[in-house]
Design a protein around this ligand. Structure first.
Ligand SMILES: Cc1cc2nc3c(=O)[nH]c(=O)nc-3n(C[C@H](O)[C@H](O)[C@H](O)COP(=O)(O)OP(=O)(O)OC[C@H]3O[C@@H](n4cnc5c(N)ncnc54)[C@H](O)[C@@H]3O)c2cc1C
Length: 352
């Protein structure tokens, strides 16, 4: 099979690159194994301020609702964190005291919603709390009615962030139907809004004519004289995927885009050069809570985001997303790194 571009990895970076290339009339395929970081997404986009126009356009076309305001958001354990760009499910407040009284409602028999920690955190912020539990009845209307019936002077309700696997209609309904400010707080992973967002991006990519090879894995590549000719996948076996250009968006250690052996850190598909210290004692900080050095390791790239094999640039291969680690600080961190580097790769590919 031949495409204009074959992308390894269907997380945020791979999808943004694939969508942008399809919009420009390029034929692309994305090969992606299993889950990605979006499935654990908190709902706020790190190091992204207001969505740039080309990102806003993609989100709108994909049906993804986002909003921007600088402030703080409520975290799953009742703490607050600064946030700017967020999915519609996540509120950003000007200050931690977003209400005077809050009702925290969980579902009976369901684990992973940390009501005790949430209450402690809210009390510290000056918000009086009451806990309640309801049965997860068959429909969203019954949930809204049950929560509304429990209200006793509270001006806010905190619910688990578990609504809307396919779209955000249930989130919006609860906000309209319950006569108090409805705030959604994260639960144990996976993240329902994150899964939804990844599915919306994937569906939009497919609607643009993209080929999404879900559950397949790129296991190797044919590279000669600094040019990739094809990649090999586990399921397609000897039916190599050929293309004019290739994008590697296989994520960091979490997604196995990078692997650590006892003596080295490797990029397993192409064998690309990785930026990390040779001395293993510099890979990690023994203090568990410290900012860990290995999180900064990443594939080395040149100005056009071409990686290198033994110091030689691979001219038709581009790298985007968290596999870059902290090697390209100009692209930011977290979702910001994935989005900005994906757009930069697309611009490099489309450059005449
Ligand atoms: C658990 C977790 C939670 C996070 N939460 C947030 C958050 O809330 N906000 C934020 O801003 N940032 C968050 N981040 C940072 C996150 O890395 C970025 O936001 C971004 O989603 C990363 O996207 P990516 O496409 O670079 O990589 P990934 O999302 O990791 O996607 C890479 C994909 O490539 C696939 N893959 C790997 N190797 C192959 C192969 N050989 N063949 C085919 N497919 C392959 C993987 O299976 C995976 O699906 C989080 C990161 C992690 C690990």
């Amino acid at each position: 099979m031949r495409f204009d571009c074959v992308i390894t990895g269907g997380g945020l970076a791979g999808l943004i690159a694939g969508i942008s290339l399809q919009k420009e009339g390029r034929s692309t395929a994305i090969v992606s194994t299993g889950q990605n970081a979006m499935h654990f997404f908190s709902g706020t986009f790190e190091s992204v301020k207001e969505a740039p126009a080309r990102l806003a356009e993609i989100f709108e076309a994909a049906g993804i609702k986002v909003h921007y305001s600088a402030g703080v958001r409520l975290m799953p354990m009742g703490t607050f964190r600064e946030a700017e760009l967020a999915l519609g499910d996540v509120d950003i407040f000007p200050s931690e005291r977003f209400a005077s009284k809050a009702l925290i409602v969980s579902f009976r028999g369901e684990q992973g919603f940390f009501t005790g920690f949430l209450a402690d955190g809210l009390e510290k912020a000056g918000i009086a709390c009451r806990l309640a539990a309801i049965d997860r009845s068959s429909g969203i209307k019954k949930i809204a009615a049950a929560v509304s019936g429990l209200l006793d002077g509270e001006d806010a309700v905190v619910l688990p962030q578990v609504f809307g696997q396919k779209d955000s209609a249930d989130v919006e309904y609860l906000r309209e139907a319950i006569p108090a400010k409805v705030v959604f707080a994260g639960t144990q992973p996976p993240s329902v809004p994150g899964i939804r967002t990844q599915m919306q991006l994937k569906d939009y990519y497919i609607s643009l004519g993209g080929t999404f090879l879900q559950g397949d894995e790129v296991t190797g590549a044919h590279v000669h004289d600094g040019v990739v000719h094809s990649v090999v996948t586990r399921n397609l076996d000897s039916h190599y995927l050929e293309a004019d250009c290739f994008v590697l968006a296989s994520g960091g250690f979490f997604s196995k885009g990078l692997l650590a052996t006892p003596t080295s850190v490797v990029e397993p598909v192409f064998g690309l050069d990785v930026d990390y210290p040779a001395d293993r004692s510099e890979w990690y900080d023994p203090s568990f809570a410290a900012d860990q050095p290995y999180m900064r390791f990443g594939v080395k790239t040149d100005v056009a985001l071409h990686p290198m094999i033994a110091g030689e640039s691979v001219r038709n291969l581009y790298v985007a997303g968290s596999i870059l680690g902290a090697t390209r600080p100009e692209f930011g961190t977290g979702a910001g790194l994935a989005i900005r580097s994906a757009f930069a790769v697309v611009d490099s590919i489309l450059k005449p």
